[in-house]
Design a protein around this ligand. Structure first.
Ligand code: ADP
Length: 261
């Protein structure tokens, strides 16, 4: 608590007492700490690729450029580090647009079946490359959802691609859509590496990752889940995650159905 005080005078112009105001600063302090942590994270995430790019560029300038094969190898590292920075900046810009409610949604009635079938087709190859079985099951007569097509597709693709990324070869991923009360619930269930209990409560924080090295190696920015949750919330929906370490993860994407809006 922060205390502020001011004396007040009586009609004889003497100090008659003090007014003391206590202010709860814990919430404010927490927000300020989160902001500082976020800036530290952004700086760190961008510094890593910059350091790599700089050292490879210097080595090239110091003569490595004469060796054509080596030069090609170094340039491709520079190229992929630039791609990584591009992804981080793109994700940060999207988060910033969501934060400031600058995202223009085109809200329409959408067939969830169609949206899920499209997403399934887009992710099929990635699952096949890891010999994973990807299955889609949509409950009969599921009502339409009322949402922005691109936004919802981004959420669904992000959650499915995480399931593929964090599930070993030959794993199993099920996408199940059903109506529960007045919501549509899309559950993406995998039998992958899972998330330890202590990490689960922080998993939606920006840049939070269970295993930074693994996420980086897979091209992740650590912002996907935060973006997905924010998009779902902007649709009056939500994302919930359950997981057991070394067993698998279940993610629920919850969206209002058309007749409940
Ligand atoms: P990333 O770009 O690292 O994938 P996300 O924000 O999408 O970032 O996810 C944050 C972290 O949550 C991941 O780094 C990973 O540790 C964990 N995670 C997300 N989905 C899964 C999943 N299906 N199984 C296991 N871990 C997951």
């Amino acid at each position: 608590y922060r205390a502020k005080y001011a004396p007040f005078k009586n009609d004889k112009n003497q100090i008659g007492g003090f007014i003391v105001v206590f202010q709860d600063v814990t919430e404010q302090q927490k927000l300020e700490n989160m902001r500082k942590e976020f800036v530290a994270n952004v700086s760190h995430e961008l510094k890593t690729p910059i350091t790599t790019i700089k050292s490879y560029a210097e080595t090239l300038l110091n003569g490595a450029i004469e060796d054509r094969d080596l030069a090609i190898q170094f340039l491709s590292v520079i190229n992929s580090e630039c791609d990584r920075m591009g992804r981080i900046v793109k994700d940060l810009l999207q988060l910033s647009n969501l934060d400031f409610k600058q995202t223009k949604w085109k809200i329409k009635s959408l067939s969830l079946k169609k949206v899920l079938e499209d997403a399934y087709m887009k992710m099929k190859m990635a699952a096949e490359e890891k010999k994973q079985s990807l299955n889609l099951s949509v409950e009969e007569n599921i009502p339409n959802i009322y949402a922005d097509k691109d936004g919802i597709e981004q959420v669904i693709l992000n959650i499915i691609s995480n399931a593929i990324k964090y599930t070993p070869d030959k794993g199993k991923i099920d996408i199940i859509a059903r109506k529960r009360e007045d919501k549509a619930v899309i559950t993406v269930k995998d039998n992958g590496i899972g998330i330890p209990k202590e990490d689960l409560k922080r998993i939606f924080e920006r840049f939070y990752r269970v295993d930074k090295a693994r996420s980086r190696a897979l091209g992740g920015t650590g912002l996907g889940l935060s973006i997905a949750k924010q998009i779902a919330e902007a649709h009056n929906g939500d994302i919930k995650i359950r997981s057991e370490y070394n067993k698998g993860t279940e993610v629920d994407i919850i969206l209002p159905v058309e007749d409940s809006v």
